[in-house]
Design a protein around this ligand. Structure first.
Ligand code: EAX
Length: 322
């Protein structure tokens, strides 16, 4: 009887040991966009690929919809290591590295293909490297998207119609300046505060990528969508840099491979679904307003005058050839 007891005990211990080994390390990945957003689709793909490539030795736990805080909270948390990873749009990152400011310029991006060639090349990698003094490892540029304008007061076609309107922007100096220059009052606000602010009329409108507007059900609290496409915002997958450097060579290669493949998947998903989501927003009752983009570009010229000397010339040349 005693022999049988010991046999069972040893087997149980063995099973627990194997299970513990397979459980592996767990990394939290936080972001602000909601479930079914482009960030969420990419994060789930990243989670699947990391589990596959590491054989379950590293597990990514995904936390959407600002569960772990705003984008600024997430960037700070990843820098401190209280969160292992996050996805943040480039907007708040300019507060951690001014090298990101170039990406915030209105109407900077004319084509995703040209943009990603720049971001995936030496210039983009140089910009990501400027985050390392903040203990952040940039692991690739995903897509937040081309950003448009919603509001509850009128079908906005021209910048001048924004006079007197309170429009939420990200916490980003160029975004705020751009909308103040259009004649609005820019209200910088973290994403997790925006829906209720629109619902309560604290702000008249906001600007965001189509994917985010859809995933957050903005159509429930906003009437008009103006297709301005005024900013293109990338989104950066970030890891705590100390953690990244502590990984084994094998795990680092596997994580990098998963990040690269998830990035390409997310970019493609986000671009492919954009037009369909605009139709879906119409079906949900939003009045979609086409605008004369050239008029908005002209109204944005002052932003370049104001910020050009704060941006490295090699970045201006890389992104707009001048
Ligand atoms: O998904 O704060 C913002 O406008 C960003 O686009 C955020 O990621 C929302």
């Amino acid at each position: 009887m005693r022999r049988k007891f010991f046999t069972v005990a040893i087997l149980a211990a063995l099973v627990m040991t194997v299970t513990a080994a397979q459980a592996g390390e767990r990394f939290k990945l936080g972001f602000t966009s909601e479930i079914d957003s482009n960030y969420h689709k990419g994060a789930i793909r990243f989670q699947e690929l990391v589990a596959e490539y590491t054989g379950g030795e590293i597990i990514i736990d995904v936390f959407p919809a600002s569960q772990l805080g705003s984008e600024r909270d997430l960037i700070e948390g990843t820098s401190l290591g209280t969160v292992e990873m996050c996805i943040s749009s480039s907007g708040p990152l300019s507060n951690f590295s001014s090298d990101f400011m170039v990406m915030d310029l209105p109407y900077l991006v004319t084509s995703r293909e040209k943009l990603f060639t720049t971001l995936d090349g030496p210039i983009g990698q140089q910009i990501l490297a400027t985050l390392e003094p903040a203990n952040l490892k940039g692991m690739g540029f995903w897509e937040n998207g081309f950003r448009c304008l919603t509001n509850n007061r009128a079908p906005i076609e021209s910048p001048s119609e924004l006079a007197g309107m309170k429009i939420r922007t990200m916490e980003n100096p160029i975004h705020q300046y751009t909308f103040n220059n259009y004649g609005a009052t820019a209200v910088p606000m973290a994403w997790n505060e925006v829906f209720i602010a629109m619902q309560q009329g604290v702000i008249d409108g906001h600007e965001n990528a189509i994917n985010s507007i859809w995933a957050a059900k903005v159509y429930e609290v906003q009437k008009y969508l103006s297709l301005t496409f005024h900013f293109y915002s990338p989104a950066i997958l970030l890891m705590n840099n100390d953690l990244y450097n502590s990984l084994s060579d094998k795990h680092r290669e596997q994580i990098n491979r998963a990040a690269f493949e998830a990035m390409n998947y997310e970019r493609q998903y986000s671009a492919d679904i954009e037009l369909q989501l605009i139709d879906e927003l119409k079906k949900k009752g939003m009045i979609v307003v086409e605008v004369d983009v050239e008029e908005w570009k002209k109204a944005s010229a002052k932003v370049y005058e104001e910020f050009r000397d704060k941006i490295k010339p090699e970045y201006m040349k890389a992104f707009i050839g001048e």
